[in-house]
Design a protein around this ligand. Structure first.
Ligand code: NAD
Length: 328
């Protein structure tokens, strides 16, 4: 059944599961929700086969891990062999732990690793249907990467960013395919956290959104859709709380441990705001606060001096062994 209708505005409605036929290809859509697509949109909606991930740090490594474990062929890139080997070793260690804890079988582990290819050559993204950028939270770098990906990847490829707070439209503007650019914001640690924020810009097409929804569900994530706006939902709400907790330490109101104990036992948070900041990485927390503050000029996002000092001193939280707490 072909639902395209030349020149028609795309409609969204709940209808039973259908199969869309385009030329010789059949594109299955879930029974949950179907969009009536224009010809152009129908031609670009697709099932993802091969996934690219740029950056194999905390988040890129986690995203590559869950994609490979869900059955996708994955290519993940880093800036050097050293960073790449470190990132891939972290994924392997996690998979080994999952085998030990009998969460997955040895065969699952081996098959996941076999689907995962590391590279330091961006040219290796040339066959990907979806590329997710997960490098550091720096807009100039991300724009540069989007410009490069746009040239390397085929027209069909959807380009996504895992940015925590930056403008997705600014990255889309570095490409000639803004309709196929969106945010896919995973949470840390990616194999554990269920949420996926899907960020749509004013240029993101319905087909691209549908591709992202479908892909997110295939990873077992629950998605929410949010407009391209500083911090999206979670970071917009949680960042002022982390900044306030740090200001409380600066003012001597309470210790990190007591602030976190108060929020875990008093509000039923699974972890307090300072333990969360250590988990995210204090450099990333600072990038996020600055990124939102630059756009909103709202004082609640202004980074306290203590946070800046800790980042300058290389106390970045769990990833460096010291932040508000010490880690062995
Ligand atoms: N840490 C979190 O809790 C969290 C959660 C959600 C989203 N994010 C976002 O995800 C992104 C990555 O964060 P992270 O915590 O994984 O940072 P990270 O520092 O752990 O990893 C970033 C990696 O990107 C690599 N990199 C830099 N430039 C590159 C390039 N040109 N090509 C390939 N790799 C490159 C770095 O070498 C590094 O290993 C950021 O945008 C961050 O805001 C972070």
């Amino acid at each position: 059944m072909f639902l395209g209708n030349s020149g028609a505005v795309a409609l969204t409605q709940f209808i039973p599961c259908v199969t869309i036929e385009i030329g010789n290809s059949l594109l299955e859509k879930s029974p949950r929700k179907c969009n009536i697509l224009t010809d152009k949109e129908a031609a670009t909606f697709m099932k993802i086969g091969k996934v690219g991930v740029v950056g194999c740090g905390q988040m890129g490594g986690g995203i590559a891990h869950v994609c490979a474990q869900a059955g996708y062929d994955v290519v993940v890139s880093e800036i050097s062999d050293e960073f790449l080997n470190k990132g891939l070793a972290a994924i392997e260690a996690l998979l080994n732990k999952s085998v030990q804890k009998e969460r997955i079988t040895q065969e699952d582990r081996d098959a996941t690793l076999a689907r995962l290819k590391g590279t330091t050559d961006t040219g290796d993204f040339s066959e990907c249907d979806l590329v997710i950028e997960a490098t550091i939270e720096n807009l100039d770098l991300k724009k540069k990467i989007f410009g490069e990906l746009d040239k390397i990847c085929p027209e069909r490829t959807v380009l996504a960013t895992n940015t925590s707070c930056l403008s997705v439209m600014d990255m889309a503007a570095a490409t000639v395919r803004p309709d196929r650019v969106l945010g896919m914001h995973f949470f840390n640690p990616v194999p554990v956290m269920k949420l996926l924020e899907i960020i749509r810009t004013t240029a993101t097409s319905e087909a691209t959104l549908e591709t992202a929804r479908d892909f997110g569900e295939s990873l077992g994530k629950t998605y929410v859709i949010v407009q391209d706006s500083p911090g999206f939902i979670v970071n917009r709400l949680i960042t002022p709380q982390i900044m306030n907790a740090i200001r409380m330490i600066e003012s001597g109101i309470a210790s990190a441990k007591d602030i976190d104990t108060a929020m875990t036992l008093g509000v039923n948070y699974p972890m307090g705001p300072l333990a969360l900041a250590d988990l995210i990485g204090l450099d990333t927390v600072l990038f996020i606060a600055n990124g939102i503050y630059d756009k909103l000029r709202d004082e609640q996002y202004a980074a306290p001096a203590l946070l800046k000092k800790m980042v300058d001193d290389g106390q970045l939280g769990r990833k460096t062994g010291k932040g508000f707490y010490e880690y062995t």
